[in-house]
Design a protein. Structure first.
Length: 326
């Protein structure tokens, strides 16, 4: 077993297991808690043999029985192995109800979602040949995901016990509608999922399964987390860190600059979101990068429209953006 796949204690009684994934920095962090022979887990990586082998070994080392699995959101690198683990160990799966609502379309019956995405791409200016590629771009991820039904449906503000810790569920939409963080008020430790990362900004995208204004919701959730004054942040990607205020300031400034840039790109014209995405990020080589660029551009455009800095024009065939008339 490689060093990355070994357990590391990152807080008293909390062990981190870094699991391989084919994107981000190549790793996703899962966190394990043990108590009286039982193990609780935050996030579980993808349904891949190497990840499952590492998880089974870690669970065995810490007690042998997986009791609770809390998933921060249903992206494949956080939720992919949930069905295997829940079935194998009889573990109770905890998910936010907005994530539960997406599982069926995203991983079990994708055809309806693919058609919705196709329409979404077309009205936002994506050329027909690119639309055909992009609307099917997520199908391949299904091989890395075995879904599971949730035993506990979360809304936020619940207190749950993992190991010997009492953690409060913090609903933090933006990166995904039902994204959650877990907050330990006693030791002031924040299990941040993808909400607050040390080195990168998570993708904040507007798309058919997102909430209507994901960027503003993401920024508001950052402010709520900052008011908790965490002493230690344990993210889903990257290394633990402590400067929450500095990181939130950096992320806020990043998105402020991006909105200013997009407003300038729109200028005196009337553009589609696809034209804006190409102007900001260029014509990306990888399909998932093209899709993420469009979604991220749309989230910033929507925030600008909510703020009144841009006007959003919608017809059955197209959505475009321009400066408000004087």
């Amino acid at each position: 077993m490689t060093e990355a796949l070994r357990l590391h204690e990152v807080a008293p009684g909390v062990h981190e297991l870094r699991l391989p994934i084919p994107f981000e920095d190549g790793l996703v962090n899962a966190f394990l808690f043990s108590q009286d022979g039982a193990v609780d887990l935050i996030d579980c990586g993808m349904n891949r043999p190497e990840s499952l082998e590492a998880l089974r070994a870690a669970i065995s080392e810490l007690g042998g029985r997986l009791r609770r699995l809390v998933v921060t959101h249903i992206h494949p690198d956080h939720y992919g192995a949930a069905g295997v683990l829940a079935s194998e160990y009889g573990a109770d799966l905890y998910l936010h109800r907005l994530e539960i609502a997406m599982v069926h379309l995203r991983y079990l019956e994708m055809d309806t979602l693919v058609e919705e995405v196709g329409h979404h791409l077309r009205v936002n200016g994506v050329p027909p040949e690119v639309t055909e590629e992009l609307k099917n771009a997520s199908r391949g991820l299904r091989e890395f995901v075995t879904p599971a039904g949730a035993a506990v449906e979360l809304e936020g503000a619940e207190t749950i016990e993992l190991g010997g810790r009492r953690l409060r569920v913090e609903w933090t939409p933006g990166h995904s509608p039902g994204h959650i963080c877990l907050w330990d008020p006693d030791d002031r430790v924040l299990f941040a999922g993808d909400q607050l990362l040390p080195d990168v900004s998570p993708n904040i995208g507007l798309h058919p399964q997102s909430t209507p204004n994901p960027l503003d919701e993401y920024l508001a959730a950052l402010d709520r987390l900052l008011r908790l004054a965490p002493a230690q942040i344990l993210p889903a990607h990257g290394r633990p860190f402590t400067d929450a205020a500095g990181r939130v300031d950096h992320l806020r400034e990043h998105h402020r600059r991006r909105k200013d840039q997009i407003e300038e790109i729109v200028g005196g014209g009337e553009l589609s979101a696809w034209e804006v995405a190409l102007a900001v990020w260029g014509d990306r080589e990888l399909l998932y990068e093209k899709r993420l660029a469009l979604q991220e551009g749309l989230a910033h455009l929507q925030s600008l429209a909510v703020e009144g800095r841009l006007e959003k024009r919608a017809t059955p065939s197209a959505v475009t953006w321009r400066r408000p008339p004087p």
